[in-house]
Design a binder for this molecule. Structure first.
Ligand code: C2O
Length: 569
């Protein structure tokens, strides 16, 4: 009887979705991962790109479309591609993080990612999810409303993706390899970029500066993406107000600001009006740096907003664009005011009752030099090695099978399901933490969740080594951010302040420095989903974990079978 019911339900859903998606399209693309000469800051590097393009191709789809992307690896590194923010309902095999949902695509091999965009609209992006390859392997993924449907705001005349990136005057893979050997922090970048170009404030760069057109009286939708590897960034446009209308492919109640901040991984859609004297204005991005005593790239990247109607002598390089002012590097007050402005457009359905109540600390650590290591390998502070953890577990990826494959096939010994639901030791997380708590344990520990479970996760920053604003990203889900605050989260006094009416929905939350954020979601997508800090330097140190969501009842609540070309290790 149950089986029959499931069958009828399956037939019904298939028919209904066939009707509903009458005009949904299947888009096929080919991505060839290859080394390409790219010249920036006066020097040419053999840069890993997609199809020789840097940044990579922009994909534009409508909600409901299916993407089929054949990725062929012609580079000398292992690679995978992740579709950042795509929910991948039942298609976790196409998510991409290496050793979590697939083994890497080896040089010479290929893998085809297939997935359907379901109920998402706005700006996402794609990037490599293997070592530091995403420094140069990334691009925009823009999701328009279904054909015949409209934005919840007046349709802008123009739309421009603004990809903020981070450039090393070196091979980024060598930079991270050196840091892994020495245990020290990796070298900081040499430039930030807008659509791949550093802009006028860097050497040998004014030739290629990105130009963004606008006309008097028209609106331009800027789809801003922080694709930088390790740095949260402020972004602003001289003399123009920014009206924020969406983030991470979810709409927001519009609000107006002079400056936005994006952690790596985050996207923000802003409208700007051509309401200023027609000339040239800089848009600029530079670091928001919340960590203490840590070196960072303090340079500024620019692009030029150019009015089409600008009188001729105003055009061209002779007229210097107007430079905006940016917040101080450590201006946490501006970040707090900005993130407090985020609301969903209307009342939303936030889980009110919670089945899995989780509390995860997030932060750095220092490992004492292991016995078989020499001084060269322990060049972190006072002869240590940098590390990072969640709930005192420093995450280690498997190396011979992915977590999803091991789960699906029942391979034992790849991971354990004992990730702590609470910090194993409670302490004053944002206070002066005893040195004895700075050294996490290593492990491939996951959290099992039942299909349909209503989940709350408190993400609590620690001040170990340094407090820092960590952009925490969860794959396979969008979640509501119901509260944020500073200091230690206190359920007795903070729970009453939760916004369960119109909290914003995102896939990456910038957890306040020396503070906390609370997220809620329903575990309705079976699979192995990595949750990690989107500062790549911290992923390598272990600031990650995996949520393993079981299948529910019947086909429609179960992950699809793995594709035949899924790479093997
Ligand atoms: Cu945008 Cu796991 O990443």
């Amino acid at each position: 009887m149950e089986a029959l019911k499931t069958l009828f339900l399956a037939i019904f859903v298939v028919l209904a979705s066939a009707l509903y998606s009458a005009n949904a399209k299947i888009q096929e693309h080919e991505f060839v991962i290859q080394a390409t000469p790219v010249k920036r800051l006066c020097n040419t590097h053999s840069t890993i790109t997609v199809n020789g393009q840097f940044p990579g191709p922009t994909l534009e789809v409508n909600n409901g479309d299916t993407l089929v992307v054949k990725v062929t690896n012609k580079a000398r590194y292992n690679v995978t591609i992740h579709w950042h923010g795509i929910r991948q309902m039942r298609t976790g095999w196409a998510d991409g993080p290496e050793f979590v949902t697939q083994c890497p695509i080896r040089p010479g091999e290929s893998y085809t990612y297939r997935f359907t965009i379901q109920g998402q609209e706005g700006t996402l992006w794609w990037h490599a999810h293997s070592s530091w390859l995403r420094a140069t392997v990334y691009g925009a993924l823009i999701i328009h409303p279904r054909e015949g449907e409209a934005y919840p705001f007046t349709k802008p005349k123009r739309e421009t993706p603004i990809l903020l990136g981070e450039w090393w005057d070196a091979n980024p893979i060598d930079v991270v390899r050196q840091a892994t050997q020495t245990g020290a922090a990796p070298n900081t970048s040499d430039a930030y970029t807008i659509n791949g170009q550093p802009g006028d404030l860097y050497k040998c760069s004014s030739q290629g500066t990105t130009i963004v057109p606008i006309d008097s009286g028209e609106t331009n939708l800027l789809r801003v993406i922080n694709a930088a590897l390790n740095q949260p960034l402020f972004f602003t446009v001289a003399n123009h107000k920014l009206t924020v209308v969406g983030a991470d492919a979810s709409y927001l109640k519009p609000f107006t600001t002079n400056v936005i901040m994006l952690g790596p991984g985050q996207t923000t859609d802003v409208l700007i009006q051509g309401d200023q004297p027609p000339t040239r204005y800089y848009m600029a991005a530079r670091a928001y740096q919340s960590a203490q005593n840590a070196p960072f790239d303090n340079t500024t990247t620019t692009a030029i907003l150019e009015y089409k109607s600008a009188p001729c002598p105003t055009k061209g390089s002779s007229i210097k664009p107007v430079m905006p002012s940016l917040p101080a590097y450590n201006d946490t007050n501006t970040v707090t005011a900005f993130s407090k402005s985020f609301r969903s457009p209307r009342k939303v359905e936030v889980p009110a009752e919670i089945d899995d109540n989780l509390f995860f600390t997030i932060g750095l650590g220092l490992n004492n030099c292991p016995k078989n290591f020499n001084a060269n390998q322990c060049q972190g502070p006072n002869g240590t090695r940098f590390t990072a953890s969640m709930n005192n577990v420093s995450f280690v990826l498997p190396n011979n099978v992915s977590i999803l494959q091991a789960h699906h096939l029942g391979v034992q010994g790849v991971f354990t399901t004992d990730f702590p639901t609470q910090p194993p030791v409670k302490f004053d997380y944002t206070g002066n933490v005893s040195r004895s708590l700075w050294q996490p344990v290593q492990g491939t520990k996951v959290t099992k969740l039942k299909f349909g479970s209503r989940v709350q996760i408190v993400l609590q920053d620690t001040s170990i080594v340094t407090p820092e604003n960590h952009p925490i990203h969860l794959h396979g889900y969008d979640f509501y951010i119901v509260a944020e605050g500073f200091g230690n989260f206190d359920p007795n006094k903070d729970t009453s302040k939760f916004n369960l009416v119109d909290p914003p929905m995102r896939n990456t939350v910038a957890v306040p420095v020396n503070g906390w954020a609370v997220i809620r979601f329903v575990a309705d997508n079976p699979g192995a989903w990595i949750m990690h800090c989107h500062l790549d330097v911290h992923i390598g140190w272990g600031l990650a974990t995996v949520l393993l969501v079981d299948n529910g009842v019947g086909l429609l609540q179960s992950i699809e079978p793995p594709p035949e070309d899924l790479p093997l290790c």
